[in-house]
Design a protein around this ligand. Structure first.
Ligand code: SER
Length: 317
C-alpha cells in the first residue's frame, strides 16, 4: 500500500519541489500539502492542500486522522538570518513543530518522519574542512541551536520509542522555483535572479566565503532516497552529513560570467557574514554515501547552466 503523506511547510523553497516529486512517486491524492497560508497558489491548486499551523498539535493531529496520514515531512522552519532577528519565534516554531510530529509518531499514528537539519548545527569550533559526521557542534545561531537540539530529540525518540525518524543536514540549497526565505546561503539563489534581471549583483557575503551548497534536484534526490531506504540501513538517527559542492561568491560569479560575460559582482557583507564564518566550508558525507548510497549529480558549472536556462524562461529573456 502506498503511504499517505503530509508535508508541513509545503509552500517553502524545498517544500514546493518536494511536494511535486512525492506526488510523482506516490500519486497526487496520496500527498497532502500544507502551510500556514496560501502564498504559493500553483502549489495550492495542484492537489490536496490544507492550511495548517505547525505549532498547533491538535490541528496536525486532526489533519492526520482526517486524511489517514502515516508519513510526515516537516519542512516548516525559521532559517538562520530570520532566526537572529526573531530568536524566540525561531525557537518556538522549530522546536514545537518537531515535538508535535515526534509525539504523533510516538503514539503510533505516524509511521515515518522526515525532518531536515542543517550545516548550521556546526559552529566556529568545528573543523572547517571536510567536517566529519561526529564532531564538535557548538552552533552560535538560534537556528543552529534548534537544529542541534532537534537532532538530539530525533535520536532520543528513535532509541526510546522506536520512532522511524530520518534526517539530513542540508547545505545551502539553490533552486529556481520558490525563493528561499531568511537564510544565510540565500545569496547563491538571488545572484542568478539578479544576473538575469539586472546583469549585476551585490553579495551580502564577502568574496572568499566558502560554503557547502547543493542544487535542489540533488536535495530532493537525497530526501526521497533516505526515506525509501530500508530502516536497517539508517544507522544515524540524529542527522546525516550531506554534501555536493562548495563555492565562494567569487566562484559562483565566475561560473555566471562564463555564460554572461558582462555580469558584474560587488560585495557588501552584512550581519550574515558572521553566520557564514561560523559554518564549515566542506562536509564529509561518507556515512550517507555508504549507508544509503547517496551521490550527487550537479557541479557548479551544470547547476549554473540549468539555473540560467530556467530563470531566462521565467523572466522571459
Ligand atoms: N540555508 C540555511 C540558512 O542559510 C542553512 O540551513 O539558514
Amino acid at each position: 500500500m502506498s503511504s499517505k503523506i503530509l508535508i508541513i511547510g509545503a509552500c517553502g523553497q524545498i517544500g514546493t519541489e518536494l511536494t511535486t516529486k512525492l506526488r510523482e512517486i506516490h500519486g497526487v491524492d496520496n500527498v497532502v500539502a500544507s502551510d500556514i497560508n496560501t502564498r504559493n497558489l500553483d502549489l495550492v491548486n495542484a492537489g490536496p492542500f490544507v492550511i495548517l499551523d505547525a505549532k498547533n498539535f491538535n490541528a496536525i493531529k486532526d489533519c492526520c486522522i482526517n486524511n489517514n496520514i502515516d508519513t510526515i515531512y516537516l519542512m516548516a522552519a525559521l532559517l538562520s538570518a530570520t532566526g537572529e532577528k526573531y530568536p524566540m519565534e525561531a525557537w518556538d516554531l522549530n522546536m514545537n513543530s518537531l515535538f508535535h510530529v515526534l509525539n504523533l509518531a510516538k503514539g503510533g499514528q505516524i509511521k515515518k518522519v522526515f525532518w531536515p537539519s542543517s550545516i548550521a548545527v556546526f559552529g566556529p569550533t568545528t573543523p572547517k574542512e571536510n567536517t566529519p559526521q561526529h564532531t564538535i557542534c557548538e552552533p552560535t545561531t538560534v537556528y543552529g541551536i534548534t537544529k542541534q537540539v532537534g537532532e538530539r530529540w530525533c535520536e532520543y525518540y528513535h532509541n526510546k520509542y522506536g520512532v522511524d525518524v530520518r534526517s539530513i543536514r542540508y547545505p545551502g540549497i539553490i533552486s529556481h522555483k520558490a525563493m528561499p526565505g531568511g537564510g544565510t546561503t540565500d545569496y547563491a539563489v538571488e545572484i542568478y535572479h539578479e544576473a538575469i534581471k539586472e546583469g549585476k549583483y551585490e553579495s551580502f557575503l564577502s568574496k572568499n566565503t566558502n560554503l557547502p551548497m547543493m542544487f535542489m534536484d540533488d536535495a530532493i534526490k537525497a530526501t526521497t532516497t533516505i526515506m525509501a531506504a530500508p530502516s536497517e540501513k539508517i544507522n544515524i538517527r540524529s542527522s546525516y552529513n550531506l554534501s555536493a559542492i562548495s563555492f565562494t561568491p567569487q566562484e559562483i560569479a565566475e561560473s555566471i560570467k562564463a555564460e554572461m560575460p558582462n555580469f558584474k559582482i560587488s560585495y557588501k557583507p552584512d550581519f550574515r557574514q558572521a553566520i557564514a564564518d561560523s559554518w564549515p566550508s566542506s562536509i564529509d558525507d561518507s556515512e550517507a554515501r555508504n549507508d544509503w548510497n547517496w551521490s550527487h549529480d550537479f557541479n557548479l558549472r551544470n547547476m549554473t547552466s540549468e539555473m540560467l536556462i530556467q530563470l531566462k524562461k521565467k523572466y522571459k529573456y
